[in-house]
Design a protein around this ligand. Structure first.
Ligand code: IMP
Ligand code: MG
Length: 190
């Protein structure tokens, strides 16, 4: 990331692998606004609580709620499934529980990306115990070809190929979350 300075390089080389821009900052911002408008309409006269799944969703969540035009609350849940690798460990752990009581509330879960759907399954089960009035899920990204678990996602930003992506909250070994665009591992020869 040496050459950046402005968090929007054209490409990034990590361990001899090249990542190229896949979704530009403009592209992402436009879609986030559309999703926020849709939620504002569908939750008119309601008071939903947005639950961001840390760490990955923090930037998306922040941009999303800035465009939501109804009263809302925010809270965060922290899960870990990846550790520090590029491949899911296959186990989900809760590292931080909710602070607010969502019993009887309209909950909107905010995810950065749904890959296998394992985290989502864990979250749905957890929510059942908390007895909210309703639960919807929004994910900025979905890798449809990677899904291994039933995943009902109510709002999807972009469907993407099953390749590793970084930026806009998404990390590789905890780095690159601060990039403004989303970068994808490029094919050999690109
Ligand atoms: P799942 O449980 O397999 O659906 O994975 C969900 C979590 O894994 C996401 O919330 C991300 O934190 C992480 N993840 C999945 N794919 C990627 C990726 O391509 N880049 C960075 N993180 C990812
Ligand atoms: Mg995540």
């Amino acid at each position: 990331m040496d050459e950046i300075g402005h968090n929007s390089p054209k490409e990034i080389i990590i361990n001899n692998e090249k990542f190229i821009i896949f979704l530009s900052e403009e592209n992402i911002q436009k879609r986030v606004k559309e999703l926020a408008n849709q939620i504002s309409k569908e939750y008119k006269n309601k008071f939903p609580v947005f639950i961001g799944i840390l760490n990955g969703s923090f930037i998306f969540m922040s941009d999303l709620v800035k465009h939501v035009e109804i009263d809302c609350e925010v809270d965060f849940l922290r899960l870990s499934s990846y550790g520090d690798a590029k491949i899911s460990s296959g186990k989900v752990r809760m590292i931080k529980d909710l602070n607010c009581d969502v019993n009887g509330r309209d909950v909107i879960i905010v995810e950065d990306i749904v890959d296998t759907g394992l985290s989502l399954q864990y979250i749905r089960r957890l929510m059942e115990n908390y007895k909210p009035a309703s639960v919807k899920l929004i994910s900025l990204l979905l890798k449809p070809d990677s899904l291994k678990f039933d995943a009902k996602i109510d709002y999807i930003g972009f469907e993407i190929p099953s390749k590793f992506v970084i930026g806009y909250g998404l990390d590789y070994e905890q780095k690159y979350r601060n990039l403004r665009s989303i970068y994808i591992l490029s094919e050999d020869g690109d």
